[in-house]
Ligand binder design. Structure first.
Ligand SMILES: Cc1cc2nc3c(=O)[nH]c(=O)nc-3n(C[C@H](O)[C@H](O)[C@H](O)COP(=O)(O)OP(=O)(O)OC[C@H]3O[C@@H](n4cnc5c(N)ncnc54)[C@H](O)[C@@H]3O)c2cc1C
Ligand code: SF4
Length: 324
């Protein structure tokens, strides 16, 4: 690890001013569970000059609900989300997603803001500096993407443009199905970004001086059927090969609305709009569920080694819609 300056920010304003002052040479540190690995691995060409600790900023660790909205602060730990009675009563699928992340030790430290902003896990991108890396690539801004002609078994099957690394955040998949908005602040003020617009093929839609301060999601109906499912290679601790989050609103087994989000298949979570539209007004039976699963993956364009993800994704969509 190389040396760097370290400042503990007291306010979001101070953190954003430092980000602006260092012009891309400063990074935020929340739980540090992702950032410190990247710094130790020296997998990026640019090394930060300043680390801004944001854990010292008060009032960013909360889970609360008012009449219409659930709000969560950016510094809320994943363990607090997975254990919170309100989440486990009304936002079950978000609790399931939080519990599926890493290990209890990591969840006790990792924050929801850091989970959304964590860097991609592409093995070319993360190839360590001390054993022959870093490797040049499109996301690092200095070369073509080696995954296109290389080993792309864990990469995107849809939505990739220039970079085919998938969004590794399980929380993002759940929040996509909940239609969440990300609360952001920067030196020009605050704004809200719909989760679907938060990720782009080469990163996030944050300006260099902006940080995430929280998120909000519309209160879900107590009767909505929710599910988060994740397929991994290792059972206890692993990133998703594919994840699926669904919220289905039913009246007498007729679907009045459906939200289906696919994770780890694209640079950001993907809403399966065609499948959602197909299900509206239909009975939730095995035939309609099968058609919806096919519709959900109709936009997929796998790379040379990852077509297997399609069948896994379809199976997860079917299982989550059936309430298995
Ligand atoms: C062994 C292991 C297994 C894992 N398994 C999973 C898994 O199954 N599913 C999954 O989803 N994740 C998994 N992760 C990733 C883990 O969830 C993230 O490392 C963690 O959530 C990051 O949170 P943090 O607070 O530690 O972020 P940090 O490491 O502090 O930050 C991560 C990145 O986000 C930026 N950042 C942090 N907070 C903010 C903010 N408020 N605004 C803007 N930028 C910010 C930082 O600058 C940094 O670039 C795993 C990690 C490990 C080490
Ligand atoms: S998929 Fe993206 S991160 Fe991975 S090598 Fe290609 S450009 Fe880089």
């Amino acid at each position: 690890m190389r040396s760097f300056r370290h400042i503990s920010a007291r306010t979001t304003e101070e953190a954003c001013e430092l980000l602006a002052e260092y012009k891309g040479k400063a990074v935020l540190n929340a739980g540090g569970t992702d950032l410190l690995l990247s710094l130790k691995g020296e997998n990026l060409f640019d090394y930060p000059e300043l680390i801004i600790d944001i854990k010292t900023i008060p009032n960013l660790d909360y889970i609360r609900e008012d009449k219409n909205t659930l709000s969560i602060g950016a510094l809320t730990k994943l363990s607090n989300i997975s254990d919170h009675p309100l989440i486990n009563k009304r936002y079950l699928m978000l609790g399931e997603a939080a519990r599926s992340v890493a290990t209890p030790q990591i969840r006790n430290v990792a924050t929801i803001g850091g989970n959304l902003c964590q860097d991609v896990r592409c093995w070319y991108y993360r190839y360590p500096g001390h054993i022959g890396g870093p490797i040049r690539c499109m996301r690092k801004g200095n070369g073509p993407c080696p995954a296109v002609a290389g080993d792309n078994r864990y990469h995107a099957i849809m939505g990739g443009k220039k970079c085919f690394a998938v969004c590794p955040s399980d929380i993002a998949t759940a929040l996509a199905a909940l239609d969440s908005r990300i609360l952001v602040t920067g030196i020009k003020g605050a704004r809200k970004i719909a989760l679907k617009d938060f990720f782009n093929p080469l990163g996030k839609t944050l300006s260099p001086d902006e940080m995430v301060v929280g998120l909000e999601t519309k209160k879900t109906s107590a009767t909505a059927r929710q599910k988060f499912l994740k397929f991994t290679l290792r059972k206890p601790v692993d990133f998703a090969i594919v994840s699926v989050a669904t919220v289905v609103y039913l009246e007498k087994n007729i679907c009045t609305d459906a939200h289906i989000a696919l994770g780890a298949v694209a640079p950001g979570p993907v809403r399966a709009i065609k499948a959602e539209e197909f299900l509206k007004g239909k009975v939730i039976n095995s035939e309609n569920i099968s058609t919806a699963a096919n519709e959900a993956l109709s936009m997929a364009r796998p790379l040379s080694r990852n077509a297997y993800k399609l069948e896994i994704a379809k199976a997860l969509v079917k299982r989550s819609l059936s309430g298995d």
